[in-house]
Design a protein. Structure first.
Length: 197
């Protein structure tokens, strides 16, 4: 399995991204030493794609597959793709506040700590649907790990399309998100332009 081992803050600096979108409260004080050269149109499109891939922790091939699937769906391709990325199980676990970062959410899903509608799911890319109930397994609920996570994520705002019950480590997907509800700083139209060449 491919693993991204690039230091997070370094990658955030190079993409011009605030680490808070990844669930990291640290700020890098170092400035990126880059000559003030003009970025081409292709360069801008590529940076937006890399930003989206980095935020959601998706590699190139699955990301391209999301684009192809979004292209076949009715409506705008860019919006469809962002909605699909946002409704990945690892992202929903992160949004509900059951993990500090999306990487940690992915690990929690991998370790079979998540139940979707009462069934164990260990696929981070599983797409949730409206009405799905996501919860932490009963035997993992009492662990120190989740107490520590809830202390950190307790004040985090849960999006309107989700309903979180942090006492019982349970959440419900009220509806699939629309583009306005997704607060990720990515211009998906540039990604669509890049892939439609």
């Amino acid at each position: 399995m491919a693993v991204n081992r690039v230091p997070v803050l370094k990658r955030c600096r190079s993409l011009g991204l605030d680490p808070i979108y990844l669930g990291i409260d640290k700020k890098s004080t170092r400035q990126l030493k880059r000559a003030n050269r003009k970025v081409s149109e292709y360069g801008l499109q590529l940076r937006e794609k890399q930003k989206a891939k980095f935020i959601y922790g998706v590699l190139e091939k699955p990301f391209r597959n999301y684009y192809k699937k979004a292209d076949r769906m009715p409506g705008q391709t860019g919006e469809n793709m962002m909605i699909m990325l946002e409704s990945r199980l690892d992202n929903v676990v992160f949004r509900l506040g059951f993990a500090r970062t999306r990487r940690e959410a992915r690990q929690i899903v991998d370790h079979k700590h998540i139940l979707v509608n009462g069934k164990s799911v260990n696929i981070p890319s599983y797409l949730v649907k409206a009405g799905d109930v996501i919860e932490i397994k009963e035997n993992a609920k009492g662990s120190e790990r989740y107490k520590a996570i809830l202390e950190v994520t307790g004040g985090r705002l849960v999006p309107e399309w989700l309903e979180a019950d942090q006492e019982n480590l349970k959440g419900t997907v009220k509806e699939l998100p629309n583009r306005e509800a997704i607060d990720v700083p990515v211009d998906e139209m540039l990604i669509v332009e890049l892939y439609s060449k």
